[in-house]
Design a protein around this ligand. Structure first.
Ligand SMILES: [Zn+2]
Length: 174
C-alpha cells in the first residue's frame, strides 16, 4: 500500500491543482484570466483566430506586456498586433476604447462629459449612436462588461472639471 502524501490525503492531487490555478503569461509571468473562446475570436484578426481550436485561452492582464492572449498549453501566443482593436488597459493603446460594443473611445466619453454634461453610460452612448448594443461578454476583449472602466472615465473627467462624481452602477448597465 502506498504511503500518504505529506498533506495527509491519499491519491493526492494537490500538485495538479496548483498547476491549474496559475497560468502565468509566457512573456511576463503575470497570472492570466481565462476568457471565453467567443470573446477571444471576436477580438483576434482572422488569421490569428483560425488557430484556436478548443484550447483554453487566457488574457495577460499586465499593462506593460506585449502579449494579449495565450493558450493554456502555451502552444499559442498572440501579441497586441494580432488584435483587431487595441486592448484598453495596455500601455500606449490608441485609441483607448471605453465601450467595445458601441465602439466608443475614452476621448468620446471625456468630450461628452466636458462639453455636453452627460454622465451615464446610456446618455453617452446615445449621444454618439442611434441605438445601444450590449455584447460585452461576446466582444469585450476581457470578456467582462465595460461598465467599471466606462464610469472610471466619466468620474475622472467630472473630477477634472470640478464636478461631483456619479455612483458606479453595480453590475452591467447596458
Ligand atoms: Zn504578459
Amino acid at each position: 500500500m502506498e504511503a500518504n502524501m505529506d498533506c495527509g490525503c491519499t491519491n493526492c492531487t494537490c500538485d495538479d491543482n496548483m498547476e491549474t490555478i496559475t497560468n502565468p503569461c509566457p512573456e511576463c509571468g503575470t497570472p492570466g484570466n481565462q476568457i471565453s473562446e467567443k470573446a477571444v475570436k471576436a477580438n483576434l484578426k482572422k488569421e490569428a483566430a483560425r488557430n484556436i481550436k478548443g484550447n483554453g485561452i487566457y488574457l495577460c492582464p499586465d499593462e506593460e506586456c506585449g502579449v494579449s492572449y495565450y493558450s493554456e498549453d502555451y502552444s499559442l501566443k498572440f501579441d497586441l498586433s494580432d488584435l483587431k482593436r487595441p486592448l484598453w488597459y495596455k500601455k500606449d493603446s490608441d485609441p483607448v476604447i471605453a465601450c467595445y460594443c458601441n465602439n466608443i473611445t475614452e476621448k468620446q466619453v471625456v468630450d461628452a462629459v466636458e462639453k455636453h454634461d452627460l454622465k451615464s453610460w446610456q446618455d453617452i452612448v446615445f449621444h454618439y449612436r442611434e441605438k445601444t448594443l450590449c455584447l460585452c461578454k461576446k466582444i469585450n476583449p476581457t470578456g467582462e462588461c465595460c461598465t467599471d472602466f466606462f464610469y472610471s472615465v466619466i468620474n475622472k473627467t467630472l473630477k477634472s472639471i470640478g464636478k461631483e462624481p456619479v455612483p458606479v452602477p453595480a453590475g452591467c448597465t447596458c
